[in-house]
Design a protein around this ligand. Structure first.
Ligand code: FRU
Length: 484
């Protein structure tokens, strides 16, 4: 029987394909005024099959226009994940002295190998390179997800890919001929599953461009912090051929502590005048991605985020925020300040696409200080997703145990936690709700939890809560997110 449509779970400001399957973001590149978002896509059905690159473009990272499928399977196999760059100086020779976009992807046939394609018309049509694959399989089963960057200091192109339990680096001057130059990671970081989807970029520390670190991103499945898929990162240094991590071999740093932030990739070719590092992840988890109950599409992206590095006592750490452009679709601002105790002490808000910005103030000396507090969202009589702070353990959490009645899988109902030290006495959180998901940014953005949820129709309220006492909600702003 055909599944019935689920428009109530179609996000307002998060990208979803009109129909059919989607997983990882691919080929993220800014070119001629457009942010391109290619994505793992089955143009023919809602299952993970016929892997192709779907395509969407945006001028503001909020409103997306889906275009024709860009790359379809061929005799070398399906088109798995990869990246794209702008070849400004025609180093490839594909552009007759002009410039254009070159895409790198994994041809997933009998073996996984790396192939390239190029576009002379801003990503609308593509030509696959006649000499594919450009990196043949060396006898490694998992050998995929090429990410290419320009290394300015050495004037070379760098390609990195995931090879089972490590990242391999390659070097090129023409984007076509690649030389294997180093490996990273077999003895570092988390190894509870296969490594996938690397990325690498340089960021200023605390906005100081004289002080930079490189950050290597590695997705891993399974073995993530909330079970199944997760994304780790390594701050360090990169000299054009070799990556050296700053953190200890056994220290694992997670980008996001929710269950649904995977295969993240950053946009290439963002103009210097903008200067931001922008990225987007796939908001799902291989533990249950194939059972997600939406129809006629399956798969959503996270909100695009801007990424920074800040110095902390234990080393530099990533901080993430929703892109500023999201502010442009905030409507109906509402503000409140007061004390939250039992039921009915604070106002209740209606809506399933909201941006909530809150600052709570702890009073550790007060005997009536609440042990946990925060917001019940997508709340109704029989369900709620609880987003809160546990003042005893110092953890931010998302609890989706009773978030709806539609079963997804046994792995789905869970409480996900992430440590968050208060800033003085202040506990800050920004919560994006969008029909089928929550993204929680704690403190100054070091602590993030992204989770899918599938509330029933009656789960349309937001209620501040406090358990075991009271808490001061010093400032609360609630906006509608008025997207699609
Ligand atoms: C990550 C991933 C990639 C692969 C793609 C296939 O989610 O498994 O490693 O290229 O998805 O769709």
């Amino acid at each position: 029987a055909a599944a019935s449509a689920t428009p109530q779970w179609r996000p307002s400001v998060h990208f979803t394909p009109h129909q059919n399957w989607m997983n990882d973001p691919n080929g993220l590149v800014y070119h001629e005024g457009e942010y391109h978002l290619f994505f793992q896509h089955n143009p023919k059905g809602i299952e993970h099959a016929n892997l192709s690159w779907g395509h969407a473009v945006s001028t503001d990272l909020v409103e997306w226009r889906e275009l024709a499928v860009a790359l379809e399977p061929d005799e070398l196999g399906e088109i798995y994940s990869g990246s794209a760059v702008v070849d400004h100086d025609d180093t490839s020779g594909f552009f007759g002295g002009g410039s254009g976009i070159v895409a790198f992807y994994t041809s997933a046939g009998e073996a996984q190998q790396q192939s390239i394609a190029y576009s002379r018309d801003n990503g609308r049509t593509w030509t696959k390179h006649a000499g594919n694959p450009v990196i043949a399989n060396p006898g490694i089963e998992d050998f995929r997800d090429p990410k290419v960057i320009r290394h300015a200091a050495s004037g070379t192109w760098v390609l990195m890919l995931a090879a089972g339990d490590h990242i391999r680096f390659y070097s090129s001057t023409d984007l076509v001929n690649w030389r294997h130059v180093s490996n990273f990671g077999a003895e570092r970081g988390a190894h509870g599953g296969v490594w996938e989807c690397p990325d690498l970029f340089e960021l200023p520390v605390d906005g100081d461009s004289d002080r930079t670190r490189w950050v290597l991103i590695v997705s891993i499945n399974p073995g993530g912090p909330a079970g199944g898929s997760g994304t780790q990162y390594f701050p360090g240094d990169f000299d054009g051929t070799t990556f050296t991590a700053d953190n200890a071999a056994d220290e694992v740093l997670w980008v996001d502590r929710g269950a649904d932030f995977y295969a993240v990739q950053s946009w290439s070719n963002i103009p210097d005048a903008d200067g931001r590092r922008l990225w987007v992840g796939w908001m799902s988890n291989w533990n249950y991605a194939k059972k997600v109950p939406t129809h006629p599409w399956r798969g959503a992206m996270t909100t695009p985020r801007q990424v920074g590095l800040t110095a902390t006592g234990s080393g530099v750490r990533l901080a993430q925020h929703p892109v500023d452009e999201l502010d442009g679709v905030r409507t109906r601002p509402r503000r409140w300040s007061g004390v939250v105790s039992g039921r009915g002490s604070a106002p209740e808000y209606f809506g399933t696409a909201l941006d909530i910005v809150a600052e709570f103030l702890l009073d550790p000396a007060a005997p009536e200080q609440a042990a946990t507090f925060g917001f019940d969202v997508f709340a109704g009589d029989r369900q709620r997703t609880r987003i809160g702070y546990d003042a005893v353990s110092g953890e931010l959490f998302v609890d989706r145990v009773r978030s709806g009645s539609t079963p997804v899988s046994a792995d789905f109902p869970a409480r996900h936690t992430a440590s968050l030290g208060p800033d003085g006495n202040a506990v800050r959180m920004r919560v994006l709700l969008d029909r089928c998901c929550v993204e929680v940014f704690g403190g100054s953005g070091h602590t993030v939890l992204s989770d899918l949820v599938f509330p029933d129709a009656e789960g349309d309220r937001v209620r501040p809560f406090a358990v075991g006492g009271r808490v001061r909600l010093e400032s609360l702003e609630v906006y509608d997110l008025d997207g699609r």
